[in-house]
Design a protein around this ligand. Structure first.
Ligand code: FAD
Length: 540
């Protein structure tokens, strides 16, 4: 089979235009084209008067060798890559059971792959099973009641469960592990279009049922979940060679769990666990992250700005955007985790703090588009010397946001025009914010670092020139967005084990090796493989 890439057709093309374009491109007759399947479809809306669909197509032709020879210098005509997944090991009968800490996308895929290889993993999560967790999460959004152990960050499914469910990333993935992730998601109930759409998303409702379905699969394979089991301590021994090895875990309920292979997939918000790991001497370093606000526009403005007369076309869906600006003060402002047709959500996991994020349903048909508008923080510049000072920084601004919002879990918000003018907002304009449990109109500059305020004031008019209406004075900004990624990295070696603790496999977003659902899941697969190889003696 051949893969033909970068095949462009107008948005409004009839079905038969695709095989015709394939034949034209490969210089074959329709009778020589045996079969074609769309492998990927993206759109190119750079010219909104002429939006294009960009296809990758897998094709069977009568004379494959001849076509390949004719196009041997054309990188857009290649053999279809083999994206099937192959397990790296098979567990022996009765071997030791690896432990996975965290049931987010990373832990879920680490657990799944280990279970599929026969290792009967034990998966621990501090939070609750997903249905119970959903009630607790809504408790904050509807009643301003936070459960610090069961919320938008903690519990089955991890941080991405209440999200837009965007499933793309920019990671290098030569082994096509993303395909394994998407295939498992489809088996668990995701729409099959995620296998072909260039920017797939699944929305929050489906994620909940998919997470449940994957749990059932893991359990049927011999894996075991233990919810409301927070890991509070590591048992580390020094071996005869003077190397630190993990031997077991101390749980918050007083239990001790012996374990010599532990996947650490705790996400970016387990700040108490970060502190515990640092105290236990696990190698940790500071990592850049970003800080800013959520910004909300009517989705119709974004659709019109991006798609013009084709706004609302079903193939295009609700429009997204990606923006970036390098500022005179040396900072970069960029859009983060854009959620078309979604809502801004309360994403704190700690009492007395406010943090924002975004989510949407599969339909993406809420009134507003929202996105993080964030400014990059560089540890070497902003807090040199202390690997975990980024956590204190996040907490500081989240606490100020709590106070600025009225100390009730309402979020501080401001009209963009007032933000640019440096005056507090007193009332909303035409844009109605979606944040629950509500917003308090104020001055966001009191809960953001000065450099971020300066950079955002410079970037907003620039973005307004790229997307008409982006810097409209009534646009609402809600603060603070602090949890863009982990502020720390638990650095690992080539064998994917902690640099100084054998048997501990830091993984996913919290360990600093992923940013988003797909990359965290891919990292979970890699780490599961590393665990299996170390258990089978092929690696340390
Ligand atoms: P997490 O998903 O954070 O999972 C970590 C798990 O570890 C949690 O379940 C936690 O309870 C558990 N845990 C922590 N400490 C302990 C402990 N001591 N003991 C036991 N268990 C512990 N990404 C996208 O790609 N697309 C999106 O659309 C998207 N939207 C998002 C929307 C929101 C509201 C949020 C919060 C995040 C969103 N993200 C999105 C980011 C994405 O969710 C994360 O990148 C991803 O979940 C990271 O996966 P992970 O498994 O590494 O960590």
């Amino acid at each position: 089979m051949l893969r033909l890439t970068e095949l462009t057709l107008p948005l409004h093309h009839p079905d038969e235009a695709l095989p015709a374009a394939i034949c034209k491109r490969l210089r074959i007759t329709p009778r020589e084209l045996v079969r074609h399947v769309v492998a990927r479809r993206a759109h190119d809306a750079r010219d909104k008067a002429n939006i294009l669909l960009v296809y990758s197509v897998d094709v069977n032709v009568k004379d494959e060798a001849g076509v390949l020879a004719r196009f041997r210098k054309d990188r857009n005509v290649q053999r279809t890559p083999d994206t099937s997944y192959r397990f790296v090991a098979k567990a022996p009968e009765g071997g030791p059971r690896p432990v996975v800490i965290g049931a987010g996308p990373c832990g879920l895929f680490a657990g799944l792959i280990l279970a599929q290889m026969g290792y009967n993993p034990i998966i621990l999560d501090r939070g609750k099973v997903v249905r119970e967790r959903t009630k607790d999460t809504w408790g904050l959004w509807r009643r301003s009641v936070l459960n610090p152990e069961s919320n938008v960050q903690f519990g089955e499914g991890g941080a991405g469960t209440f999200s837009d469910g965007k499933l793309y990333s920019r990671i290098k993935d030569p082994r096509h592990l993303d395909r394994k992730v998407l295939t498992e998601f489809v088996k668990a109930g995701a729409p099959s279009e995620i296998l072909t759409e260039a920017h797939p998303h699944i929305g929050t409702f489906r994620l909940v049922t998919m997470v449940e379905s994957m749990r059932e699969t893991i359990e049927a394979l011999g894996g075991e979940y233990r919810f409301e089991h927070r890991v509070d301590g590591l048992d580390i021994a020094t071996d005869a060679q003077g190397e630190r090895r993990i031997c077991g875990l101390h749980l918050h309920n007083g239990e001790y769990l012996a374990a010599d292979r532990v996947v650490l997939a705790i996400g970016h918000s387990a700040r108490d666990t970060f502190a515990m790991l640092q105290a236990a001497g696990v190698y940790v370093e500071a990592k850049p992250f970003s800080i800013g606000v959520r910004i909300e526009h009517p989705q119709s403005w974004i659709d019109t700005a991006r798609f013009g007369a084709d706004a609302g076309h079903p193939i295009l869906g609700a429009a997204d955007y990606s923006l970036s600006h390098h500022c005179r003060n040396g900072r970069t402002v960029y859009s983060f985790c854009m959620c078309p047709g979604g809502t801004v959500v309360a994403a704190t996991s700690e009492e007395g703090r406010v943090a924002t994020n975004g989510m949407s349903q599969y339909s993406r048909n809420e009134r507003n588009a929202n996105s993080g508008l964030v400014v990059a923080i560089d540890p070497a510049r902003d807090y040199p010397g202390d690997p975990v000072a980024g956590i204190a920084l996040q907490r500081h601004w989240e606490s100020l946001a709590y106070v600025a919002g009225g100390s009730s879990y309402k979020a501080p918000a401001q009209r963009l025009g007032d933000f640019l003018a440096g005056r507090p907002s007193e009332a909303l304009g035409t844009v109605i914010p979606s944040y629950r449990p509500g917003v308090h109109m104020t001055d966001l500059a009191q809960c953001l670092p000065d450099f971020a305020v300066t950079a955002m004031r410079e970037a907003l008019p620039v973005f307004g020139r790229q997307i008409a209406g982006y810097d409209h004075p009534d646009v609402v900004m809600t603060g603070v967005e602090t949890r863009t990624s982990s502020p720390v990295r638990f650095t690992r070696g080539e064998d994917l084990q902690s640099l100084n603790t054998i048997g501990l496999f830091p993984a996913g977003e919290g360990a600093g090796y992923a940013g988003g659902i797909l990359s965290a899941a891919v990292d979970g697969i890699k780490v599961a493989e590393a665990v299996a190889l170390s258990l089978s003696g092929e690696r340390r």
